[in-house]
Design a protein around this ligand. Structure first.
Ligand code: T1G
Length: 673
């Protein structure tokens, strides 16, 4: 049963229209139909001399209805609805109560006046969905705020806050108090000629060099997503050939991209992310308080986690074993905030505020009254067990105790310790203050309250939480292991490390598997293999083992899969590596770059499907979130599961897997109490 969708209330000859299509007043077909009908109705209604359009709730309009993009476009089309409003003889005042994004921004641009609430903002983030604005945004915005600022807003997805919109000449007013009252009062003052429509303004063409520079810069930043450059081209047509031609070019491009694989991939991730942050199983579960959070270990991970906590406005206490180690940890935290100022992520005052939220302590005593403690010490079972033994003695029984282990079995870290209901693994990714992904791993005895606290922490830190079962390597590192093994297997067929890496770069990765391993160090995985061999696992000698035994540990040793000139990060193919690998190679027809990429992505998807089949992930979409937000999988490809499912019938991307259980797949435990 559709609600009103748009409510009309006439107040002293002003029609107040309130968009009411929760949760974000998206401009779905029914809303467009209603708006179009109202536009012609109001135009003919002599009792009305102006219109104020606003949205119900925190958002003005979150855009067109993204959910409709898997279906062919349906009339009335948004550009036509907006054109009717722009052509109206009576003034339309957009009263922006909150975010006006995508089609919502275009609707506001089609109105004759815009009044912003103080916290309102306007943006055209379509390129993040593999699209371009499709209802006039590429033509009206440049004519309202100027060419270069508009290109920035449209191709980089930058948002204009109320004060910026006013400075840019887009906001006619910023409401000092009650937005609706001020918008109605403003509308009552309007009796002169309407302002010129945006299309009446022409834009001076800055010349070929401007467009060339912009195209290169935008293409580089887009990292394979075709939409930002396509948006620039539509803007360019409007400048070169005029408003109407620009609108046509915009619409053609929008419709083409709307049906593209990239747009489908980015939509998949849009909805997957929103489903991940609100797991149905945790609806109504109250998380534990998180006012004070302890972080144990001031190394790269610990200092990054502490910085992320402070940046989210929470208090972090960083604990280390001694004053020197503590000072080193706090120095890392300070450096993180310094870098954030340099990168414009915060200002001096913000950095000072964040730093003030991080305190340091030697030993664990000061963590006794923390609500949550995250252990991020050296990846050694005995060391971690000692930490948890002490924490269970010191901390309140209801305090949540988490480990940031990447490879160890968290059950073994806490085995036999009291109150197991409060243990959980929270697997951050390095650098923790930057990487969006957080793998949340409940253990056999973990309660829903503890699990909900993990999700609440993720939301507070702006992380993307993915629940993973407690299997070796959880989701991400398990797939990474398979990805690397498959990449090494390609070397047996005669492919070279640089061929494989180039193929993955061409696919959209920022770095290939061998470059990535050289950066991280080959010895980490080698030690894990040696440990497995020591436990009796029969692991054959691989190319990576040969390199490590030859002292090639990666960039840090001046050479790994590649050679590196001293202090340089530039990888150079290595004759020594080729010689070390040669005995393992059985020459076969060399796979093409596309075949290499599809083989590696296929392997990732296959492993992802196995993880699903074992109940260690909620669904294929979560696998994709892990790969995109934790392992550099190109967003515009949607993730290995989405990519292989879209590409054709493979095992990967099959039906949704049974949700993860807390059963310990390493031991077959029970579901959470
Ligand atoms: N269409 C459909 N559903 C949407 C939606 C949209 N545009 N935006 C949000 N939702 C759903 C979302 O899936 C979730 O659903 C719920 O609303 C709350 O979202 C022609 C082509 C507006 C800033 O890119 O950035 O216009 O999970 O958790 O944190 O040119 O949502 O509850 O079932 O994100 O308060 C362009 C997308 C579209 C903006 C609110 N617009 N949305 O943030 O809530 S393309 C965008 C957002 C377009 C035109 C083109 C944010 C928000 P559920 P949420 P939030």
């Amino acid at each position: 049963m559709t609600t009103d969708l748009i409510r009309r209330r006439d107040i002293d000859q002003i029609a107040l229209l309130t968009l009411a299509n929760p949760p974000v007043n998206a401009l779905g077909r029914a809303v467009r139909q209603k708006l179009a009908a109202l536009a012609s109705e109001l135009e003919a209604d002599d009792s009305v001399r102006a219109v104020v359009l606003t949205g119900e709730g925190r958002v003005f309009v979150g855009g067109a209805d993204i959910g409709e993009f898997d279906r062919p476009p349906e009339e009335p089309h948004l550009p036509d609805v907006i054109a009717a409003i722009e052509a109206a003889r009576k003034p339309w005042v957009a009263a922006l109560n909150g975010a006006a994004l995508g089609g919502g921004a275009e609707l506001a641009l089609g109105c004759h006046y815009r009044i912003f609430a103080k916290e309102a903002r306007l943006g055209l983030p379509e390129t993040a969905l593999g699209l371009i604005p499709g209802a006039g945004g590429t033509q009206r915005l440049p004519r309202r705020i100027g060419l270069a600022p508009a290109i920035e807003v449209i191709t980089a997805g930058r948002t204009l806050w109320a004060d910026e919109a006013q400075d840019a000449g887009l906001a006619d007013r910023i409401a000092a108090g009650d937005l609706i009252a001020e918008a109605l009062a403003f509308a009552r003052t309007l009796d002169g000629p309407l302002p010129q429509p945006a299309g009446a303004a022409s834009l001076a063409d800055p010349g070929p060099a401007f467009w060339e520079e912009a195209r290169e810069r935008i293409a580089k930043a887009a990292r394979g997503n075709p939409a930002p450059v396509a948006a620039l081209e539509a803007i360019h047509v409007g400048v070169a050939e005029g408003f109407a031609a620009g609108l046509r070019a915009e619409r053609e491009t929008f419709l083409r991209l709307r049906g593209s694989d990239e747009a489908a991939a980015l939509r998949h991730l849009f909805f997957a992310k929103r489903a991940a942050v609100r797991p149905a199983a945790l609806r109504g579960i109250e998380p534990a308080p998180m006012a004070r959070i302890g972080v144990i270990g001031g190394g790269t991970m610990g200092s990054g986690i502490a910085a992320a906590i402070a940046a989210a406005g929470l208090e972090a206490t960083l604990a280390e074993t001694g004053p020197d180690a503590l000072e080193a940890g706090l120095t890392r935290v300070r450096a993180i905030f310094e870098a954030q100022v340099t990168r414009g992520l915060t200002d001096r005052a913000g950095a000072a505020d964040r730093l003030a939220r991080v305190s340091g302590t030697v030993g664990l005593g000061a963590l006794a009254d923390c609500d949550l403690v995250i252990e991020a010490v050296f990846e050694d079972l005995a060391v971690k067990r000692r930490v948890f033994e002490e924490l269970t003695r010191l901390c309140r029984p209801d305090a949540i105790l988490a480990t940031n282990t990447s490879y160890l079995d968290p059950e073994r870290i806490v085995a036999g310790l009291p109150n197991p209901d409060r243990f959980i693994a929270l697997h951050f990714f390095s650098p923790a203050q930057v990487m969006k992904l957080l793998e949340i791993v409940p253990l056999a005895a973990t309660t829903s309250r503890t699990l909900a606290t993990g999700f609440a922490l993720a939301a507070r830190l702006g992380k993307i939480p993915v629940q993973a079962g407690n299997g070796e390597g959880f989701i991400g590192n398990r797939i990474l292991k398979r990805y690397r093994a498959e990449a090494e297997a390609l070397l047996f067929a005669g492919a070279s490390p640089s061929e494989v890496d180039q193929a993955m770069r061409a696919f959209g990765f920022g770095m290939g598997p061998f470059e990535m391993q050289d950066m991280a160090g080959l010895d980490i995985a080698f030690r894990a293999r040696e440990a497995a061999r020591a436990q009796g696992q029969d692991l054959p000698e691989g190319p990576g083992d040969r390199l490590v035994r030859a002292g090639r540990l990666g960039r840090k040793s001046g050479g790994g899969w590649y050679d590196y000139a001293s202090e340089s990060r530039q990888p150079h193919p290595s004759a020594e590596v080729a010689a070390l690998i040669a005995p393992l190679v059985t020459p076969r027809p060399r796979p093409s770059a596309m075949e290499i990429a599809e083989r590696l992505i296929g392997a990732m998807a296959e492993e992802g499907q196995r993880i699903c089949d074992e109940g260690l992930a909620q669904g294929p979409a979560d696998i994709d979130l892990v790969e995109v937000h934790g392992y550099g999988f190109p967003r515009h490809k949607g993730g290995p599961m989405f990519h292989t499912a879209r590409k054709g019938p493979t095992r990967a991307g099959g039906p949704a897997c049974p949700g993860p259980t807390n059963a310990d797949p390493r031991k077959g435990g029970a579901a959470p109490t």
